[in-house]
Design a protein around this ligand. Structure first.
Ligand SMILES: NC(=O)c1ccc[n+]([C@@H]2O[C@H](COP(=O)([O-])OP(=O)(O)OC[C@H]3O[C@@H](n4cnc5c(N)ncnc54)[C@H](OP(=O)(O)O)[C@@H]3O)[C@@H](O)[C@H]2O)c1
Length: 220
């Protein structure tokens, strides 16, 4: 039998979990400090707003097919509601039509090039910059909720990506764009073992700095 020196203590069974909790707490603190710094640097009466993508994609990056989301994941819509509630959601005209109405408890902004487009209980805008400018002045986090065209146009400006990944390929015609994962840190990674199992990640841009009115990004 292999002898273990009494001076070498085996790791306590909770060590991994405790170390992980400490790491997460440290990271949260670092994030808070970073955000505080950003607010201090950019303050001067200007609100700094995070731009977040929230999306569910299949493992082949499909997010839509023929104007619809080609799956239903029980529980996933509840999570979407919890994350976006009270915030602003920015969407393309086609995504708005797929949803079919303004979602309650949130500011709904619809982007279209059609100058006479009407969407009840929504703010209708005609370019991306106007969408950001139309967010309430005290908004802390605006959610880009799709679809493919709007994700593609804004991914380079996203501070966070709330990403649900179905572990299967699904046929479709609309995709979530590739993004440089090395520009982001994964701050949450869960496997949800539901009827339809899925992964849920939150990516946060390293050195992300939110959007202020004067940002040069997303010029129309
Ligand atoms: N899985 C998911 O998480 C998820 C989330 C959202 C959507 N989806 C799916 O994605 C699909 C829709 O995506 P999509 O790419 O076809 O359409 P979309 O991005 O929802 O909307 C495209 C429309 O937005 C307007 N638009 C886009 N860029 C613009 C700009 N720079 N300025 C002004 N207007 C602009 C145009 O409207 P006009 O044509 O009116 O000018 C364009 O036709 C659907 O299948 C939907 O179900 C999936």
């Amino acid at each position: 039998m292999k002898r273990v020196s009494p001076s070498i203590k085996p790791a306590a069974p909770w060590y991994g979990a405790k170390a992980l909790a400490q790491k997460v707490a440290l990271r949260e603190e670092k994030k808070k400090q970073n955000l505080k710094k950003i607010y201090q640097e950019k303050e001067g009466g200007v609100n700094v707003m995070l731009i977040s993508h929230i999306v569910a994609m299949a493992s082949n990056r499909v997010i839509g097919d023929k104007g619809e989301i080609p799956w239903k994941i029980p529980g996933e819509q509840k999570m979407f509601k919890e994350i976006t509630m009270g915030h602003t959601m920015i969407m393309g005209r086609k995504t708005y039509e797929a949803i079919g109405r303004a979602l309650p408890g949130r500011t709904n902004i619809v982007i279209t090039r059609q100058t006479d487009y009407a969407a009840p209980d929504c703010i209708v805008v005609h370019d991306l910059k106007s969408a950001l400018q139309s967010c309430p002045s005290d908004e802390s986090e605006a959610f880009i909720i799709g679809g493919g065209q709007i994700y593609q146009a804004t991914i380079s400006s996203a501070d966070r990506v709330y990403l649900t990944v179905l572990p299967m390929e699904v046929p479709g015609d609309t995709y979530f764009p590739e993004f440089s994962e090395s520009d982001f840190e994964v701050i949450r990674s869960d496997f949800i073992d539901a009827i339809v199992p899925y992964h849920f990640y939150i990516y946060e841009r390293i050195n992300g700095n939110g959007w202020v009115e004067s940002s040069p990004m997303l010029q129309p």
